[in-house]
Design a protein around this ligand. Structure first.
Ligand code: NAP
Ligand code: ZN
Ligand code: ZN
Length: 350
């Protein structure tokens, strides 16, 4: 086993603190990755605070991991020492079920092995995430980071990027489509960039009016402050797609009213329960759906798409000692637009 410095939540109520975990030695198909950067996703906070009621402690969060290959197992063919690689939201799956065979491992019928707060395939060894200096991952669950992408700015693509790319791609967003991005945080700002690159006209819907300039600088064509109730009248039946990235409870019905006939709102935020009115859907035959990250193949496609369109996240790089402060700022919608931990800060406090 390999002793590995990390930061962990020991329970749902105390701040994250230094903690040591053990990584397994490489098996024949494993790769040891030295982690350089890890993004902070709002899901890290939901889980560190047990807001979904599914948390196991101690927990080392982090599923937006970028680093370099340090060592490869004897049978590894896909990677070599020194490669710059990424690890996203899961590190294994059954590989045999219909979902896995379709490349939609996130829906594995046996349950994917999520990168943290989950279990390896033996269903008993806990998984620990990217707030740590190194990770051992099976070679099939690693992504290639295209050349020239800044490591700290590419890390958030491994969750925020794929989570917004996947539904935009599936819905066939293209030139002529009007896409609204609801919530301008980590997911939202990636949604703006990716929808724009797909050719859409993009509007940001935000409860933070001071994000107007940022939204336009990120590439949005329009910005609507949702605190103005007129927005819901003036822009009724306006959009082809709404990507809803809001992390807190909100009124879905109001936003559904902004969709055109036969159009779709995609839920990505994880806040239940939802007070939903059937009429919001039946009128204009609207669709309300959800989306969950993306499979390995689609993750690679997303990274290559972002490289081709020069898309990276806007990040604030922090030392790991500031992670608890960053959590508070995220909860106050004060993130511009993803915190990314520089893992050198963890090594230096050993
Ligand atoms: P984030 O950076 O905190 O962004 C969420 C944004 O939602 C905020 O910046 C804010 O934007 C808006 N918001 C927050 N509280 C609000 C409130 N009370 N009312 C209205 N708007 C509010 O979070 P994130 O990392 O992008 O994640 C967003 C959500 O997606 C989280 O729930 C996360 O767990 C979930 N998620 C889901 C998936 C998936 O696969 N489905 C993957 C990753 C994350 P404005 O200031 O612009 O209003
Ligand atoms: Zn995430
Ligand atoms: Zn499977």
């Amino acid at each position: 086993m390999i002793n590995t410095p990390a930061y962990a939540a020991l329970n749902a109520t105390t701040p994250l603190s230094p903690y040591t975990i053990e990584r397994r030695e490489n098996g024949p198909h494993d790769v040891l990755i030295h982690i350089k950067y890890c993004g902070i996703c709002h899901s890290d906070i939901h889980q560190a605070r047990n807001e979904w009621g599914t948390s196991n402690f101690p927990m080392v969060p982090g599923h937006e991991i970028v680093g370099t290959v340090a060592k490869i197992g004897t049978h590894v063919t896909k990677w070599k020492v020194g490669d710059i690689v990424g690890v996203g939201c899961f590190v294994d799956s059954c590989r045999e079920c219909e979902a896995c065979r379709d490349g939609e491992e996130q829906f594995c019928e046996e349950g994917m092995s999520v990168t943290y707060n989950g279990f390896e395939r033996d269903k008993s060894t806990p998984t620990y995430g990217g707030y740590s200096t190194q990770i051992t991952v099976n070679e099939d669950y690693i992504l290639r980071i295209p050349a020239g992408m800044a490591m700290e700015r590419v890390a958030p693509l491994l969750c925020a990027g794929i989570t917004t790319y996947s539904p935009l791609k599936r819905l066939g967003v293209k030139t002529g489509h009007k896409v609204a991005i609801l919530g301008l945080g980590g997911l939202g700002h990636m949604g703006v960039k990716i929808a724009k690159a797909m050719g859409a006209t993009v509007t940001v819907l935000s409860h933070s009016p001071d994000k107007l300039d940022d939204a336009l600088a990120l590439g949005a064509d329009d910005f609507l402050a949702t605190c103005d109730s007129n927005v819901f009248k003036v822009h009724a039946k306006c959009f082809d797609v709404i990507l809803d990235t809001v992390s807190a409870l909100h009124d879905y019905n109001a936003y559904l009213g902004l969709l055109k006939r036969d159009s779709t709102m995609v839920l990505m935020g994880m806040a239940d329960p939802i007070p939903l009115s059937a009429a919001s859907l039946a009128r204009q035959r609207r669709t309300l759906t959800g989306s969950l990250i993306g499979g390995i193949r689609e993750n690679q496609e997303m990274l290559d798409f972002c490289a081709a369109h020069s898309i990276l996240a806007d990040v604030e790089v922090i030392p790991i000692q500031k992670v608890n402060e960053a959590y508070e700022r995220i909860l106050n919608s004060d993130v511009r637009y993803r915190f990314v931990i520089d893992m050198a800060s963890l090594k230096s406090c050993r």
